[in-house]
Design a protein around this ligand. Structure first.
Ligand code: GTP
Ligand code: MG
Length: 237
C-alpha cells in the first residue's frame, strides 16, 4: 500500500526535464540571458511568491523591474559553465502539458579557445539556444561558421541523426546599430537558414537586457522540445 501511494505521489509530482545549451560567440549575451531567466522564472521547488521575494530582495526599489536588476549586475566573461534550472510556465494555460516541466540551462564560455568543449555536452542536450550579437557585424561570418560546426558535429550522427531544435536569438535589438531580423535573414544567415532547412531552426529578435522577446522565444523552444520527445526523451525529476 505504501509503495503504491509512493509511486502515485511520484507520478503526480515528477516533472519532465529538458537540458538546453546556451551557445554563441563571446560577448553575445549568453550569461545575461541566463541571469534574466533566473529572475523571470521560479526555480523547481520555489513558489511564485518566493520567486517574487527573491527578485525584490535584489532590486533597489519596490518594483519587480528585472531589466534594472540585470543592468546593475556585473557579469564577467564565462570561463567554465553556469547552470540554472527553471520551472517553466506557458502563457497559454490550455497547453497544460507544457506547464509541468523544468528546463535546465547550461551556459558555456564562448571564447574561441573554449568552444572545443561544447561538443561534450551535445549527447545529453535536448535543445540549443544560439545567441548572436546583432551589432557585431564583423563577426557574423564567424558566427555562421560556428553554428555550422555545431550542426555538423559528429555526435549527432552517433546518436542516430537525432538532431535537436535550434533557437537562434538575434540579441541586442535595443541598440540603434543592431542589424534587424529581415537584414539578418537575407544576409550571411540566409545560408544558415537554407543549410539547416531540414533542421528545427528559428531565428528571433530579442533584447536580453530589456526583456524583449524572452518569454516568446522560450515558448517556441518548449513547443519544439515536446515535439521532439520521441527522438530525445526528457529526464524525469
Ligand atoms: N545593449 C545590450 N547589451 C547586452 C544585451 N545582452 C547582453 N548585453 C551586454 O553584452 C555584454 C556581454 O554579455 P555576456 O552575457 O557576458 O556575454 P556572454 O555571451 O556570456 O560572453 P562569454 O561569457 O564571454 O561567452 C555585457 O556587457 C552585457 O551587458 C542586450 O540585450 N542589449
Ligand atoms: Mg558568459
Amino acid at each position: 500500500m505504501f509503495h503504491l501511494a509512493l509511486s502515485l505521489y511520484n507520478q503526480y509530482t515528477r516533472r519532465e526535464q529538458y537540458n538546453v545549451l546556451i551557445l554563441g560567440l563571446d560577448n553575445a549575451g549568453k550569461t545575461t540571458f541566463l541571469e534574466h531567466l533566473r529572475l523571470l522564472y521560479p526555480q523547481p521547488n520555489e513558489s511564485s511568491d518566493s520567486r517574487k521575494k527573491r527578485v525584490l530582495s535584489s532590486s533597489v526599489g519596490a518594483e519587480e523591474d528585472t531589466s534594472s536588476i540585470i543592468k546593475s549586475k556585473r557579469i564577467l566573461p564565462t570561463v567554465g559553465q553556469n547552470t540554472t534550472t527553471i520551472r517553466f510556465k506557458h502563457s497559454t494555460e490550455s497547453l497544460s502539458s507544457a506547464n509541468k516541466l523544468n528546463l535546465k540551462f547550461w551556459d558555456l564560455g564562448g571564447q574561441k579557445s573554449l568552444r572545443s568543449m561544447w561538443s561534450r555536452y551535445y549527447r545529453s542536450c535536448h535543445g540549443i539556444i544560439f545567441i548572436i550579437d546583432s551589432t557585431d557585424t564583423e563577426r557574423f561570418q564567424e558566427c555562421y561558421e560556428t553554428l555550422m560546426e555545431i550542426a555538423n558535429d559528429s555526435t549527432w550522427a552517433m546518436d542516430g541523426n537525432s538532431s535537436v531544435p535550434i533557437l537562434m536569438l538575434a540579441n541586442k535589438q535595443d541598440l540603434p546599430q543592431a542589424v534587424d531580423l529581415v537584414a539578418l535573414k537575407t544576409g550571411v544567415f540566409i545560408e544558415v537558414v537554407s543549410s539547416l532547412e531540414a533542421t528545427d531552426l528559428k531565428l528571433l529578435p530579442v533584447s536580453v537586457l530589456e526583456n524583449q522577446g524572452l518569454r516568446e522565444s522560450l515558448e517556441w523552444l518548449v513547443t519544439r522540445l515536446m515535439y521532439n520527445k520521441g527522438n530525445r526523451p526528457p529526464e524525469y525529476r
